[in-house]
Design a protein around this ligand. Structure first.
Ligand code: M6R
Length: 368
């Protein structure tokens, strides 16, 4: 049942090319338009949207952070991302021109369910992104985009996360199409890039052995930092969460630009820092990330850099280099998170922990 893997989590990591491909199937009509069957929002409602609020917890929240970058860039609609557990306690400004997007793999997370109930009481429209057919969150929502990850058994979300990202990109493109903020051929081009992602993810998985080796070399490590910028920032947060959950290590993700505002004080000799380097296409982003990496390395950090194929500028500053396929910055989370999942899974295994059932955690958090 684990397909020869030691853990469900590892099996699920390797299923990601398939899960991403399945989540993309059937989204394009013959006319080339994006079709989302389970989307029960009228075009008029989408055109009238003033803002989108994404609510979620944990890994799903990080998918929501990536979604903000994509939705705002492609649709020019303002997006807020909020932890579901905080949402209703701050008296949020929500009305019928607000679309609340609830992201939940299980569809049963109590914090998220309570948040959508609050949003509905304020007359917001609610769309669920969910992996579990017929679960509570999609049942109580006006519209749903189902992800097609298949059952996720490992408590730590992996393929659930990647397919949530796919659903978020599809939602962003759909809104762009209806609002007319992007032309059909641009949407088409992004769809083609998305459809290439399963192969790119498979390419990253081919490097598993070298990531495992790196992970095993960190058995004595007590703390690991993760740095990212732009869409790589949520990847850093998610990489850190995986390590906390599975290896019970102190792990923190930071936006690289925040380093000098405090976190750089944490850097000491030998501290591993995993860096998600943006593609070179976004010159400013790339250059700024490199200077952040230089800063931590100059203070003794051991830098493990995830950078695209062909990026030579990073080489002098990387103690270890993990190569990523060349993809647009907004889609990079789909490939960049994979080595971080492998790293956490392998380090936890080497430490003798139960990867599928980490201590103190439940797969579905059905109490607030
Ligand atoms: O089922 P959900 O997506 O609503 O779950 C949200 C979080 O509880 C979940 O992502 C949690 O953070 C995972 N254990 C992360 O690996």
């Amino acid at each position: 049942e684990k397909d020869g893997h030691d853990w469900f989590m590892r099996k699920e990591i390797f299923e990601q090319p398939r899960a991403v491909a399945d989540s993309l199937i059937g989204r394009r009509t013959t006319a080339g338009l994006l079709a989302l069957d389970e989307m029960r929002l009228a075009d008029e409602e989408i055109r009238d949207l003033d803002k989108i609020i994404i609510i979620a917890c944990g890994t799903s929240f990080y998918a929501g952070m990536v979604a903000k970058y994509a939705i705002e860039h492609w649709t020019r609609t303002p997006v807020e991302v909020e932890l579901a557990s905080e949402f209703r306690y701050r008296d949020p400004i929500v009305d019928q021109t607000t679309l609340v997007v609830a992201i939940s793999q299980s569809g049963e997370t109590a914090d998220t369910l309570q948040a959508i109930r609050h949003a509905k009481s304020q007359r917001a429209r609610v769309l669920a992104i969910c992996n579990t057919n017929g679960s509570s969150i999609p049942r109580e929502s006006d519209a749903v985009i189902y992800t097609h990850a298949g059952p996720e058994i490992g408590v730590a979300s992996t393929k659930g996360f990647l397919t949530q990202l796919v659903a978020c990109y599809l939602l962003a493109l759909y809104v762009a199409q209806v609002k007319g903020t992007r032309y059909g051929d641009e949407i088409d081009e992004i769809m083609v890039q998305l459809e290439a992602m399963p192969d790119h993810i498979a390419t990253v998985l081919e490097q598993a052995e070298s990531v495992y080796e790196l992970a095993r070399a960190h058995v004595g490590t007590r703390s690991v930092l993760f740095l990212g910028r732009h869409a790589g920032y949520p990847v850093a947060l998610e990489g850190a969460l995986k390590l906390k959950e599975l290896a019970y290590l102190h792990a923190e993700g930071f936006a690289a630009g925040e380093l000098k505002h405090g976190p750089i004080a944490l850097i000491e000799d030998g501290l591993p820092v995993l860096c998600v380097v943006p593609p070179r296409g976004r010159d400013q982003l790339h250059g700024k990330m490199i200077s952040g990496i230089q800063e931590v390395r100059a203070r003794g950090a051991l830098t493990i850099c995830l950078a695209e194929e062909g990026d030579r500028k990073i080489e002098p500053y990387a103690d270890h280099l993990i190569r990523l396929p060349q993809v647009p910055v907004l889609l990079q989370p789909l490939v960049a998170i994979v080595p971080l999942q492998l790293f956490a899974c392998e380090l936890a295994t080497a430490l003798g922990h139960d990867v599928d059932q980490p201590r103190n955690l439940a797969k579905s958090v059905t109490v607030e």
